[in-house]
Structures are given as C-alpha cells and as structure tokens.
Write a protein that binds this ligand. Structure first.
Ligand code: ADP
Ligand code: MG
Length: 504
C-alpha cells in the first residue's frame, strides 16, 4: 500500500559546535484533547472560549459525593485513534488516581490510566522528504482528565481559576524514543496531528492548547542508540530532560536544539545531566529548570475506587474499525496511483481532508494531473492572496473541473483559462457559462487565424524579411495574431501557420 515511500533507518542528527560527536534521542508525550462534546466523566460542555467557569458540573468541581460516569464517546474516539495508529486495542483497561494538589485541580487527583491503558503499541509513519519516511513507534495511549487553568495576570494580588477545562478528556499519546532530531520531532507532531484530524478524534488546534507536547530529550555517543534498540535497555541512552507543554512545532524545534547543546556542554565540561522537568522560555530561547527528579511529585497512584475497569467488546472495536476513514498515507498512495500525481503534489492535496475532497471532486471525469495543477497553483495561490481557506473558496470544485475540461477539449487555451478562472473567482459564475457568454472560445478555425495573419504580414513587410532570415523572430508574429484575436487563437494552430508562411 505504501510502496511510494521508503521507510529509512534513523538518521542521527549530530550537533554542530560540539567538541565530540553526539546524537540526539527524543521521545514525546502528546496530549490531544478528545473531540467530544461532553467531558470524560461529566456531561459538562467542552466548548472552548465560553465564559470562565460556565462549563463546570458538580463532578468537575469535585463536590463531595459526586461520582464520575465514563463518557462512551470519549472511549470510542480513543479506540478510533488507536486503530488509526495501527495500534493494539486493549479490551480491558482501568483508571487510576494520580494524586497532586494544585488550585486548578479541585479533586486533588487526576483520573488517568497508568497500569492498564486503553491502547497499546502502534506507529506513526513520519514523512521526512518526498518518498522518504521514518517509523516512530507508539508505546501507548491512555485516557485522562485535563486540569483547569490558573490565571495569574488579571490581578496583582489574586490568582483566578477557570475550571472550564477541568475534566475534559485527553488522550496521552506516548512515543518510543525513536525521534532523532528537531525537524523529525516537528514532522512527527504534524503527522500525528494530521491523522487525528482525519479521524476526527481531536481538532489538533495547537493554539488553543488542544494538542500539546512534552518533549523528552537526551544525547548519547554514536552507537549507543543501536545498543538500546537491540536490547531495549534504556541505560545505553543518556539522561533525559523533559520539556513541558509545548504547543508550537517551531518552538519544539528550538527547544530541542537548545536543550541538546546545553546537555552536551555539561557533559563535555565533565559534568552530568540531571534528570529534570524544564520549561522553554520562548522569549529568551532557552529551557530552564522547573523541577528536578528529587522534587518530582510522588503521585501515589492507585486504582480509582469510583470506576469499574473498562471492558469493551471486540465486536464494537471491529465496528469502529469498519467505519474508519481513509487515512493520509493511504489517500496519498491512492492519489499517486490513480491520478499519476507526484509525491509532492499528492502530499499537498492530502494535507487536509478538505483539500483532498475538493481535489477529488474537481478531478472527477477529467485529467487528474491537470486538475491537481489547477487546485494547487491557481486556486491555492489565489486563496492565499485573499487569506482564505479552501472551505470558503468562491470557486467550487465543479467549476475547477469545468475549466480543466474546457482546456482538455481545446475549447480554451491555458492562458484564457486563467482569465476565466479570475472571472469565476470574483463573480461566482460558472466557467462554461463565462466562456459561452463572453465569447472566449478558442479560435481553432484556421481560416480566421490565417486571415488575421495575412493582414499582419501585409502590414509589416520589413519584419517579414527579418523573420525569414532569423526564425527566432517568428514569435513576434505569433504574438500579433494572439493580440488580434483577443488571445483566443489556438496557439498550436497559430505557430504552425506562422512557420508555414514565413518559410524562406
Ligand atoms: P514518564 O512517564 O516518567 O515521563 P516514561 O518512561 O513514560 O516516563 O517516558 C516518557 C517519554 O520519554 C517517552 O516518550 C519515552 O520514549 C521518552 N524517553 C524515555 N527515555 C528517554 C531518553 N533517554 N531520551 C529521550 N527520551 C526518552
Ligand atoms: Mg512524562
């Protein structure tokens, strides 16, 4: 299925500026907000941007005596995500309490799944460049509650709290330390995000914090990662630091780069890296310590006594599997095969399902490659100029299809097609109708073209002589004919006639 990509071995990223050779090892924990309408254990809304503390039920506020009830939709979306990542689905999973005390966590604990996550091992194929990809293994996905938000900058003397997010379902997607450089880390996040958006299990909105990453970084000497791979023994790797809560792929790359250099400098100076949790300061471009291993929370995990283990049926999993949409890798492979698209074009068109759907409608019953050119070069270019999204394109896919068909039928030239497109884009009129009403049909009638050319030849005897000496000057006559016919003459026919008439 994925024979258009070659899955390559890890490409270690050596660090410039270091005295010795070092390699980077990165593993990520991604928190993806489940795209459910209600929270994980309560019926309160998950709507972003509502009035603070308006999406809070008694359960979210941890009123005494309240009991959590699992939201089936969240379980379904977690299973769907697991299937989309080709992962094992655990029919038995269970919830644990992770205890810590923080003002935005009214319960005093987060309900999570430490010992028995709902999803086991899976994979993400990370595209590095056209045709080249890497496989990053997923270790597990578990369901857990999000916390609320403390607001420190509204009042000099008080901290406010917004519990709207409290109890919203998150999927924590944990990767193996298979990522080997900053660019790969960014590509991994983007690919995972793309898959989640295709599945409709998370909207992937990083700005709103609906997808955020904890990035674990360590450095090691060449050869160590291979030993780790062969044995699974983490002691072959360097000590890792975890950079918390990143929600931009650009900052993820910068943070990894900084962190790798920091760790290398410590080791090359004869020191050792402390395992700790760090934060990335986007203004200074540095990571700084948040807490060390010694200060790490003791979460005192234990099975949540309020919830039964979660047991699901294989039949239900199969049903979800049958309803799975076509995923990015498969769609891309199909576009390459069925429409003879380049890897690059197929990648652009499958970046978002909206783009892919638009393209497929435009290409229906006509030349897919030409339709792809029109969607990518003309339409996307024009939309970008207006800062518009494909979903509010004034030109429908059917209209792009009409333009492509008109070109293929030699009814209009590629050049006139651009004018037709512009008229359609600004007026919303159908290209077929525009060509008909505005008399934009290509003149293929050689009689009409010949008449125009004869007139030009008669009026320009000196040019004719020159062109007969130097065939390169024939282009001038082609241009004149095009001008005389309002650009409607079939360029092929014009070229042929000009060549014939100016023969020495
Ligand atoms: P925790 O839950 O305490 O954060 P885990 O063992 O679950 O610890 O690991 C969390 C993440 O750290 C995983 O993505 C894992 O791949 C990654 N990781 C573990 N060891 C290393 C290492 N030496 N270098 C980089 N990443 C690592
Ligand atoms: Mg962690």
């Amino acid at each position: 299925m994925l024979d258009h990509v070659e899955i390559v071995a890890p490409t270690p990223k050596t660090i410039a500026g270091a005295k010795e050779d070092w390699e980077l090892v990165i593993g990520m924990e991604i928190h993806a907000q489940v795209a459910s309408k209600a929270k994980l254990f309560s019926g309160a809304s998950t709507q972003f941007g509502n009035e603070p503390n308006s999406n809070v039920s008694f359960i979210d506020a941890a009123m005494p005596g309240m009991l959590p009830v699992i939201n089936e939709k969240c379980v379904e979306l977690a299973v769907k995500t697991g299937l989309g990542l080709k992962a094992d689905i655990n029919l038995f999973s269970a919830f644990d309490r992770k205890n810590y005390f923080y003002p935005d966590l009214p319960q005093g604990y987060q309900i999570s799944q430490l010992y028995h996550p709902i999803v086991g091992e899976g994979e993400v194929i990370v595209d590095l460049e056209p045709g080249i990809a890497r496989k990053v293994r997923i270790e597990r996905i578990h369901l857990e509650q999000d916390a609320g938000k403390s607001i420190h900058d509204m009042d000099p003397n008080a901290t406010f709290v917004d519990l709207n997010r409290t109890g919203v379902a998150l999927m924590e997607i944990v990767s193996r330390p298979d990522i080997r450089g900053p660019e790969e880390a960014a590509a991994y996040v983007l690919k995972l995000r793309q898959i989640l958006r295709y599945l409709g299990t998370c909207d992937g909105n990083m700005q709103n914090g609906n997808l955020r990453a904890d990035v674990n970084v360590s450095v090691c000497r060449p050869g160590q990662y291979e030993k780790f791979q062969a044995t699974g023994d983490f002691s072959h790797l360097g000590t890792r630091c975890e950079i918390k809560n990143m929600n931009s792929t650009r900052f993820i790359q910068q943070a990894i780069d900084y962190e790798a250099r920091r760790q290398i400098a410590i080791i090359e100076d004869g020191g050792t890296v402390d395992q700790e949790t760090r934060l990335y300061d986007t203004v200074k471009g540095e990571t700084r310590s948040m807490r060390s291993k010694e200060e790490a929370h003791d979460y005192r995990y234990f099975p949540c006594p309020d919830l039964l283990p979660l047991e699901i049926e294989q039949e239900w999993v199969d049903e979800i599997a049958r309803a799975l949409p076509e995923l990015p890798d498969e769609k891309k492979a199909r576009f390459i095969n069925d429409f003879s698209l380049s890897e690059y074009d197929a990648g652009v068109l499958t970046a978002e399902t909206e783009n892919a759907d638009f393209f497929e409608k435009a290409a229906a019953g006509t030349d897919g490659k030409l339709a792809a050119n029109w969607v990518i070069n003309e339409l996307f270019g024009r939309l970008k100029k207006d800062d518009k999204d494909i979903t509010d394109s004034p030109v429908s896919p059917e209209f792009i299809g009409q333009i492509v068909k008109l070109i293929k039928a030699d009814t209009i030239s590629g050049k006139i097609a651009k004018d037709v497109f512009e008229i359609s884009y600004t007026s919303g009129r159908a290209p077929e109708e525009i060509v008909e009403t505005e008399g934009m049909k290509q003149v293929t009638d050689t009689g009409a073209i010949e008449a125009a050319l004869d007139e030009i030849i008669a009026a320009n005897p000196a040019q004719v002589e020159k062109a007969k000496e130097n065939p390169k000057l024939a282009g001038w006559f082609v241009g004149q004919v095009m001008k005389a016919t309002g650009g409607k003459a079939n360029p092929k026919a014009v070229n042929q006639l000009v060549a014939q008439k100016l023969k020495n």
